[in-house]
Design a protein around this ligand. Structure first.
Ligand code: CAA
Length: 258
């Protein structure tokens, strides 16, 4: 599919989706968000793709929802169209792993998009923030919920109420990002992580992703039950026999996603 606001490349079973509105620091207008949801769904359907990296430019992952597009909207417009809601549901519904590779600004909807991915790696130049409070609004793409779950109430409140930015080192300390790389190495390193995931069995990767997300969505008992059932189900796969057999034979496993 051809996209106006994205550049999509696929190599070694990994899709690299680059947000591409350089003149607006990748501000998320409704076309871009719809295209991103389309591209993720397309990657999910493509059997050749086993992991996905979403990135922006060196200066900005995304500087937030598009303020110029939103400025004139009324409550009725935003509520009736469920602005960003349906497309964000499609984005978070992606079943294959999605890594956000953040360089520069990840603000407002940009920070929320990064958090809607499965995990975030960032450049040492990254700046995360929820500055919506400065615009007389609040985060509207899940920021109050995901930030509080990822970094705890105290830091989330601080960010959401003051609108201050967090640098890469603080974001790693707070648990928002998993790894920091020098800016020039960010995308190659994110692709290398994605390729590593792409070597695994697709079945155990998708099951693992579902289970980790359950940790945020249910009680500990229910989450552990869900994990135990998924764990047991994987013993019905050829890939479990192959993975354990390869360990005992001291060779690399050849997973077949069965
Ligand atoms: N929406 C629309 N346009 C944006 C934008 C945004 N969120 N962020 C940047 N741009 C545009 C600027 O208007 C500017 O365009 P022009 O050249 O046509 O004037 C261009 O991108 C470059 O931006 P700056 O000149 O401002 O660049 P800078 O380096 O001086 O500053 C910045 C960078 C600190 C990120 C600054 O652009 C900024 O503060 N952006 C807004 C950040 C923000 O408030 N984000 C939250 C948006 S609301 C939201 O996201 C709601 C939600 O949760 C759903």
């Amino acid at each position: 599919m051809a996209y106006q606001n994205l550049i999509v490349e696929t190599e070694d079973h990994v899709a690299l989706i680059r947000l591409n509105r350089p003149d607006a620091l990748n501000a998320l207008n409704s076309d871009l968000v719809r295209e991103l949801a389309d591209a993720l769904q397309e990657a999910d359907r493509n059997d050749n793709i086993r992991a996905i990296v979403v990135t922006g430019s060196e200066k900005a992952f995304a500087a937030g929802a598009d303020i110029k597009e939103m400025a004139g909207k009324t409550y009725a417009d935003v509520f009736a169209t469920n602005m960003f809601g349906d497309d964000f549901k499609r984005i978070t519904g992606t079943r294959k792993p999605v890594i956000a590779a953040v360089s520069g600004y990840a603000l407002g909807g940009g920070c929320e998009l990064a958090m809607a991915c499965d995990f975030i790696v960032c450049a040492d130049t990254a700046r995360f923030g929820q500055p919506e409070i400065n615009l007389g609004i609040i985060p509207g793409m899940g920021g109050t919920q995901r930030l509080a779950r990822l970094i705890g109430r105290s830091k989330a409140m601080d960010m959401v109420l003051t609108g201050r930015f967090m640098d890469a080192a603080e974001a790693e300390r707070a648990g928002l990002v998993s790894r920091i790389f020098p800016a020039a190495k960010l995308v190659p390193e994110a692709l290398a992580i994605a390729r590593k995931i792409a070597e695994k069995s697709r079945l155990s990767v998708m099951a693992a992703k579902e289970c980790v997300h359950r940790a945020e969505e249910t009680s500990l008992d229910e989450g552990i039950l869900f994990e135990r059932r998924s764990f047991a189900a994987l013993f019905s796969t050829e890939d479990q026999k192959e993975g354990m057999g390869a360990f005992m034979d001291k060779r690399e496993p050849q997973f077949r996603d069965r």
